[in-house]
Ligand binder design. Structure first.
Ligand SMILES: C[S@@+](CC[C@H](N)C(=O)[O-])C[C@H]1O[C@@H](n2cnc3c(N)ncnc32)[C@H](O)[C@@H]1O
Length: 286
């Protein structure tokens, strides 16, 4: 007798993964949707760079929309910095957006490099949304999103020139994750992550970091774990950029916006007290 497992049991192996998928399937937060509607690139990550203080002034009727547009600009700037670290990517290359959300960074990568992009997410809603966007943009021959687990993507070994996690490493074990990236990357291929991680020097998880974990049902890793797990999996760091100071203005603006979610204060506390960093790490596969 053969039994067929429903697709979600193959992708979502644990209760924890099912709860993360349920969170993202249900997610319709204005901080994500209204910002994405500005130009059709939907991000589920934070921003970097100084904001233009004039958005907080001027006519009240248009102030909220100006703040939204400014926050979106800073989130797009964050994705641009990630893409700046992917190295030379050509139109014939294939790259992976790992934990791809509604697809914003993947579409930006395709627009910049003309390459093929495979996005993976454990949220079926997000995959459906992003694939519909790919069709609307006329890039569905090159940009595809898949309902797959980033720890076991099923793509061919050595098939990717570059892979990245934009704020999606805090849902998984880093040793398992980097083992899968190392398998997917060709020799000399580039891996990049932008992530929040806690500071080994100040000790364990601070109260503010624990509140962030609780809010997003995630498990923020210590800074040291990234380098241990990379080194164990043939990923050799090339750039480490501390983006903490650059992300604080975004959080200050967000705290004053109509789309604040209540998590702004723990982020600002954690960054300012030094218990948490916003880090970019780029590594080569050897
Ligand atoms: C904070 S969002 C970031 C989305 C996107 N990278 C961006 O920058 O807009 C986290 C993403 O990780 C995905 N995710 C979490 N655990 C995953 C897993 N085990 N496999 C694949 N995707 C996962 C979620 O579905 C969600 O799309």
């Amino acid at each position: 007798m053969t039994t067929t497992m429903p697709s979600d049991t193959r992708v979502l192996r644990t209760d924890y993964q099912r709860s993360v998928a349920a969170y993202w399937n249900a997610e319709k937060d204005p901080v994500n949707i209204r910002l994405g509607e500005v130009d059709g690139f939907f991000h589920h990550h934070y921003g970097i760079g100084d904001y233009d203080p004039s958005v907080l002034e001027g006519p009240e009727e248009t102030r909220d929309q100006r703040i939204i547009e400014e926050m979106h600009r800073l989130e797009t700037a964050q994705a641009d910095v990630l893409l700046d670290h992917l190295g030379a990517i050509g139109p014939d290359d294939r790259i992976q957006d790992t934990g791809s959300g509604r697809g914003g960074t993947g579409f930006m990568a395709n627009a910049r490099f003309g390459c093929s992009v495979d996005g993976v997410s454990i949220s079926e809603q997000q995959v459906e949304f992003a694939n519909a966007q790919a069709r609307e943009r006329g890039v569905d021959d090159k940009v595809r999103f898949h309902f797959r687990n980033m720890l076991d993507t099923g793509f061919e070994t050595g098939s990717m020139r570059a892979t990245w996690n934009n704020e999606s490493t805090m849902y998984v074990d880093l040793f398992d994750l980097f083992s899968e990236h190392a398998r997917l990357l060709e020799y000399g291929g580039r891996y990049v992550t932008i992530t929040g991680c806690y500071n080994d020097v100040t000790g364990g998880r601070s109260k503010a970091v624990s509140r962030i974990d609780e809010h997003y049902t995630c498990n923020i890793h210590p800074r040291s774990e990234y380098f241990r797990a990379m080194s164990a999996n043939g990923l050799v760091p090339m750039h480490v950029v501390d983006l903490t100071a650059a992300t604080i203005p975004y959080w200050e603006l967000r705290a004053r916006s109509s789309v604040a979610t209540g998590i702004e204060e723990p982020f600002l506390t954690a960054y300012k007290e030094g218990s948490f960093h916003y880090l970019l790490i780029a590594a080569d596969r050897v």
